[in-house]
Design a protein around this ligand. Structure first.
Ligand code: FE2
Length: 202
């Protein structure tokens, strides 16, 4: 993923806006990518005008502003820019199914089997109170499922993100209204991009 300094840009979607239909409609993607994701980019660039933080790459910016009470707005917009780009890549048309052998081996070693891994992602997504994210991450040699609230990102927690599911209401409300569980299950069964997770394993 691109990681340049300011002005930050909205990275292209890795597929057409209607490519995830009917699990996620083009209407949802239109607002989510075209308005929300773009909104974070625009807000971040405004906040960085005439600051030395404008020299930092996006990942450096997130690391530099995390946990700083006077940099909350910059952190939130920078992390949301990064999280959303990562989310689009965590999905793909005709996703779901079985991971490749290498990834499956570490999933089995970490969770027992793929279903148990998916179940933990579902539970994290459902138990995140309010807005946030469910993540599959690599910590040392083990996979774990974690959740973050609002703009929180595992990038700042010493683990390597492999996949994410956005559980902000803007990710599903147009298609699923209050049925977050239906959205999460459909994403895991039909869109989740195990190839992206395998690539992130390195
Ligand atoms: Fe979102």
């Amino acid at each position: 993923m691109s990681d340049n300094a300011a002005p930050h840009v909205l990275p292209p979607l890795p597929y057409a806006e209607n490519a995830l239909d009917p699990v996620i409609s083009s209407n949802t993607i239109g607002y989510h990518y075209g308005k929300h994701h773009k909104g974070y980019v625009d807000a971040l660039n405004k906040l960085l005008v005439d600051t030395e933080l404008a020299e930092l790459t996006l990942e450096e910016l997130i690391a530099d502003t995390a946990g700083k009470s006077d940099k909350v707005a910059i952190f939130n917009n920078a992390a949301q820019l990064w999280n959303h780009t990562f989310y689009w890549h965590s999905l793909r048309p005709q996703g779901g199914g079985e991971p490749s052998a290498g990834l499956k081996q570490i999933i089995d070693a970490s969770f027992g089997n793929l279903d148990a891994c998916k179940k933990q992602l579902e539970t994290a997504a459902m138990s995140q109170f309010g807005s946030g994210w469910a993540w599959l991450v690599l910590e040392a040699d083990t996979l774990k499922v974690v959740k973050t609230g609002n703009a929180g990102t595992p990038l700042t927690k010493g683990v390597k993100p492999l996949l994410t599911i956005d559980v902000w209401e803007h990710a599903y409300y147009l298609d699923y209204q209050n049925r977050r569980a239906d959205y999460v299950k459909a994403v895991l069964d039909k869109l989740i991009n195990w190839e992206f997770a395998a690539d992130n394993l390195g």
